[in-house]
Design a protein around this ligand. Structure first.
Ligand code: S6P
Ligand code: ZN
Length: 199
C-alpha cells in the first residue's frame, strides 16, 4: 500500500523489547564495514570486522517529499558496542542546506550527540530517555551510544530539503570523540581533527 503523502499520517512506537516503528518506508542499515576510517583505532576496527560485520546503527524513515515545508522524520537506533575504546556511533553529517535545524527526542538508552559548526565551535549533549535536543542550523551532528547493553533510540525530524553532507566529516571526523576511560564515557580531542585553515 503506497502512502498518500498529502494526507496526515501516524505510526506507533512499541516500547516493548526492541523498538521498531509500526510503519516505515525506508530502513537504512549501517554495519562495521560501512564505517571504514570513521573510528580512531583502525587496528581494533580491522580485528573486530574480521570477527563479525556487526550492526552499528539503523534508521527507519517515513517517506515525505524532499522539499522545504515538509518534515522528514523517523527513528535512529545506535546499537551498543565499541571499537577499541570508542563507542559505536553514527557517521554524522552536516545538512547540505546548512541553515536547516533538526530535533531529536530520546526514547531509550544513554548517549551523546557530538556537534560542531564549520567555524570550529563544538558541543556535546547528553541524551537519555525523554531528553529533547534541538540541533540548530549549521551544526553537524553524530549520535554516540555510551550504554553497555541498551540501544540508543531517538525520534528525529528535520526539514525536507535539508540533504546530507557526509564528506566534510569523513575527512577529519568531529573535533571531539567519545571514548570509554576507566569504565566511563569521556569526551576527548580528536587527534585527527584539522582546523578549517589546515584542510
Ligand atoms: C537525519 C538525522 C538522522 C540520521 C541518523 C543516522 O538528518 O540526523 O536520521 O540520519 O541518525 O546518522 P547518519 O549520520 O548516518 O545520517
Ligand atoms: Zn541530520
Amino acid at each position: 500500500m503506497s502512502t498518500d503523502t498529502k494526507r496526515p499520517s501516524t505510526f506507533e512506537i512499541s516500547q516493548a523489547g526492541s523498538i521498531v516503528p509500526s510503519r516505515f518506508d525506508y530502513h537504512v542499515i549501517r554495519r562495521l564495514s560501512d564505517m571504514e576510517g570513521q573510528f580512531l583505532e583502525q587496528d581494533a576496527y580491522r580485528v573486530l570486522l574480521s570477527a563479525e560485520d556487526r550492526l552499528v546503527y539503523e534508521v527507519y524513515e517515513m517517506q515525505r517529499p524532499k522539499v522545504a515545508g515538509e518534515l522528514l522524520h523517523g527513528l535512529s537506533i545506535v546499537h551498543p558496542g565499541k571499537v577499541g575504546n570508542e563507542y559505536f556511533m553514527t557517521k554524522g553529517h552536516y545538512h547540505v542546506v546548512l541553515d536547516t535545524a533538526e530535533i531529536y527526542y530520546c526514547l531509550q538508552g544513554e548517549g551523546h550527540m557530538v556537534m560542531e559548526t564549520p567555524d570550529g565551535d563544538w558541543e556535546v549533549a547528553t541524551l537519555r530517555r525523554d531528553t529533547v535536543l534541538y540541533v540548530p542550523p549549521r551544526w553537524a551532528h553524530r549520535s554516540v551510544n555510551t550504554h553497555r547493553s541498551e540501544d540508543l533510540v531517538t525520534f528525529f525530524a528535520y526539514p525536507g530539503h535539508a540533504g546530507h553532507d557526509y564528506v566534510s566529516i569523513e575527512k577529519q571526523g568531529f573535533r571531539k570523540r567519545v571514548v570509554e576511560q576507566e569504565g566511563n564515557p569521556q569526551v576527548i580531542d580528536n587527534p585527527r581533527w584539522l582546523p578549517p585553515e589546515a584542510r
